[in-house]
Design a protein around this ligand. Structure first.
Ligand code: CP
Ligand code: NVA
Length: 300
């Protein structure tokens, strides 16, 4: 594994190795056992979109590993004035030991990686959010003690989170159901991957999708970059919500995850959010541990 660009690039064994290392790093951090595996190393973090969790968890994680993280707003880089990604990659490769990038197009991340001599980590694109899905799998395993055979149901927009969950969860042997409104289905690459799996269902009825689910997941109706469509999306996504009825359709011990930020009252009710807040904020915390594991694997 040279980069982390999307879940498709990881083998099931690599996913489990990352989760095992993440568990170990979490244990060590909680018990004050130092793990400065990236002493003297620098991570550059390019952000073309906003972030709370990704920025802070990568920065804190790098510090805990003995390294340094550099926040680079794409607006302030020459990239924002049109310097080619290819050249940016070649320059940053001379200074840094790794790059994390959050941007719009998956292709930009792929081009950055192709032209870098250092590891590149995708911190979210419109197509995928692999770091979040690794944290989600880590959290599911913590709560359920296994992954294989569990059913995860995603309700909402077939955007980055849905795409990466489909690929990541199927790879580790989970059953996956997805409910989206018509016209908001997951990306073709995720559906192409899933078509070889009998344990994948794409539906348009959220309650049918939620039946017997062990894990329910949702995401905002309008993602970053879709702000102009927010009014139309509010109408189109009506009913694509995790609420008391969805919980009733699922298994009695269902867990609920949300990558955050959440728009309570839209994709999830306040009540369900607060009843499942422990798991949701453990999921947020696990971004730190899962990403530290990724950085140690790639940059250590
Ligand atoms: N879940 C997530 O990636 O959060 P941020 O947008 O705050 O980084
Ligand atoms: N789908 C959301 C996820 C945020 C972490 C977005 O892209 O804005």
């Amino acid at each position: 594994m040279k980069h982390l660009l999307k879940m498709l690039d990881l083998s099931p064994e690599e996913i489990i190795e990352i989760l095992n290392l993440a568990d170990q790093l979490k244990y060590e951090q909680k018990h004050g056992i130092p793990h400065k595996f990236l002493k003297g190393k620098t991570l550059g973090m390019i952000f073309e979109k906003a972030s709370t969790r990704t920025r802070v968890s990568f920065e804190a994680g790098m510090y805990q590993l003995g390294g340094y993280a550099l926040f680079l707003s794409s607006q302030e880089l020459q990239m924002g004035r049109g310097e080619p990604i290819e050249d940016t990659a070649r320059v940053l490769s001379r200074y840094l030991d790794g790059i994390m990038i959050r941007t719009y197009k998956q292709e930009d991340v792929e081009v950055l990686a192709q032209n870098s001599t250092i590891p590149v980590i995708n911190g979210l694109t419109d197509a995928s959010h692999p770091c979040q899905v690794l944290a989600d799998l880590m959290t599911i395993r913590e709560y359920k003690n296994k992954l294989e055979g569990l059913k995860l149901c995603f309700i909402g927009d077939g955007h980055n989170m849905a795409n990466s969950l489909i690929v990541g969860c199927l790879k580790v042997g989970m059953n996956v159901s997805v409910a989206t409104p018509k016209g908001y289905e997951p990306a073709q690459f995720a559906l192409d991957f899933a078509k070889d799996y009998a344990n994948f269902e794409l539906l348009s009825d959220p309650l049918e999708a939620a039946a017997d689910a062990d894990v329910l997941v949702t995401d905002v109706w309008s993602s970053m970059g879709q702000e102009d469509e927010a009014d139309k999306r509010k109408k189109d996504f009506t009913g694509f919500q995790i609420n008391c009825e969805t919980i009733k359709a699922a298994n009695p011990d269902v867990m609920v995850l949300h990558c955050l930020p959440a728009h309570k009252g839209e994709e999830i009710t306040h009540k369900v959010f607060e009843e499942h807040a422990d798991a949701i904020f453990d999921e947020s915390e696990n971004r730190l541990h899962a990403q530290k594991a990724v950085m140690v694997k790639l940059m250590g």
